[in-house]
Design a protein around this ligand. Structure first.
Ligand SMILES: N[C@@H](CCC(=O)N[C@@H](CS)C(=O)NCC(=O)O)C(=O)O
Length: 213
């Protein structure tokens, strides 16, 4: 059986939970607590030497890095597709996904916030300001890209769900958890709201996971 190493609040795990649900793929959860640093235990590091979540194990093989795993899942289980057919459209949704996966998430990851506090003595308030700053900058870029493309519809690319929506919804959830003001990004928020209401996205929501507290 396919196993997903996941933590309910991990937005990168949330991406994979959505994709697995969309494609109707069963998985068994293996809960790894970030606050308890279980992602750095010897056992977990032996499985995923990157020491990060999520990790997917399928047929005894480990798959890490959520954007790569999304592509692996789509190549292996093509229905329903989460990457569009044309190279132009694929570049567009990959680009949107990377705004979130490469330009926002890494700056606001747990280990970065912890390092800012421990090494540079940032207060909790300063760390929250840092978090919100990169959310605002990232969503500014995401919103402007959506608008400039003229390609969005119900979702980031027309009316079909793609990896861009799969990355967007968890990032909006994170932004809301940190009470970030998203009023300047109405298109992104509306798309995220529509996508989040779909059954596969709902099933993947952090609050519905068995490790949620
Ligand atoms: N680029 C990686 C990022 C993975 C990542 O950083 N995951 C977070 C959880 S959302 C994590 O494990 N953080 C642990 C830490 O920062 O110590 C991916 O997309 O899978």
């Amino acid at each position: 059986m396919r196993k997903l190493y996941t933590f309910f609040r991990s937005s990168t795990s949330y991406r994979l939970r959505i994709a697995l649900a969309l494609k109707g793929l069963d998985w068994e959860p293996r809960f790894v607590s970030l606050p308890r640093m279980e992602h750095r235990t010897a056992d977990y590091m032996a499985l995923n030497p990157q020491g990060l979540l999520p990790a997917l194990v399928e047929d005894g093989r480990l798959f890490a890095q959520s954007l790569a795993v999304l592509e692996y899942l789509d190549e292996t289980y093509p229905q329903p597709p989460i990457l569009p057919k044309s190279a132009v459209d694929r570049a567009y949704v990959r680009g949107l996904s990377q705004i979130i996966g490469c330009d926002i998430h890494p700056l606001n990851n747990v280990r970065v916030l912890k390092y800012l506090k421990s090494r540079w003595q940032l207060s909790d308030d300063d760390a929250t300001e840092w978090y919100r700053h990169w959310i605002t900058e990232g969503f500014r870029s995401f919103e402007a890209t959506l608008k400039a493309s003229g390609l969005s519809g119900s979702y980031c690319l027309g009316d079909a769900i793609t990896i861009a929506d799969i990355c967007l919804v968890p990032q909006v959830a994170n932004a809301r958890r940190f009470l970030c003001d998203l009023a300047a990004f109405p298109l992104s928020v509306a798309i995220a709201g529509r996508a989040a209401a779909l059954p596969a996205f709902e099933a993947a929501h952090p609050s519905l996971q068995a490790d949620a507290f």
